[in-house]
Design a protein around this ligand. Structure first.
Ligand code: FES
Ligand code: FES
Length: 159
């Protein structure tokens, strides 16, 4: 018998009520049940950062969280990042600095970068590197990603 539970989760400002297998993890729930495939699955054990997203104001590894643990929580995925402010500036800076190639790491990377900047992260490349050290990128060599975050930390939101 499969154990299920009904949960209500707010994702990108929309409320969803679903009955889920209690063993299903959050990333699979978002991708398979809600069709939000922007967050990616890499290692499935909390190492690569591809599944990073925001839950109640903190970045989390959504492969390490069960969907039932997200009951009552507010989640923001790449699909729900605002088209204004720091989030938009970061997206533009990633494009301008060529900070993505295949883009597989990008949703998680943006989530971590946003957390850094929203918590007063400074224009300091060493600190930026440390903050994104839990997000793997197999393409860029990281330099362009660090530059992209650095530019936003230094210049803020353009008028
Ligand atoms: S898929 Fe979650 S950390 Fe790699
Ligand atoms: S852009 Fe391909 S893994 Fe980062």
């Amino acid at each position: 018998m499969v154990d299920t539970k009904t949960i209500t989760v707010t994702v990108n400002n929309e409320e969803y009520t679903s009955t889920v297998n209690v063993r299903k993890n959050l990333i699979d729930y978002l991708r398979e049940d809600l069709g939000l495939t922007g967050s990616h699955v890499g290692c499935e054990h909390g190492v690569c950062g591809a599944c990073t997203l925001d839950m109640n104001g903190q970045t989390v590894r959504s492969c390490l969280i069960l969907a039932v643990q997200a009951d009552g929580m507010e989640i923001t995925t790449i699909e729900g990042l605002p088209s204004e402010g720091i989030a938009e500036e970061l997206k533009k800076s990633f494009a301008k600095n060529n900070a993505l190639q295949c883009g597989y790491c990008t949703p998680g990377m943006l989530s971590s970068a946003l957390e850094y900047l929203n918590n007063g992260g400074r224009a300091n490349k060493e600190e930026i590197r440390r903050h994104i050290s839990g997000n793997y990128c197999r393409c860029t060599g990281y330099q362009a990603i660090v530059e992209a975050i650095y530019d936003v930390a230094e210049n803020g939101v353009s008028k």
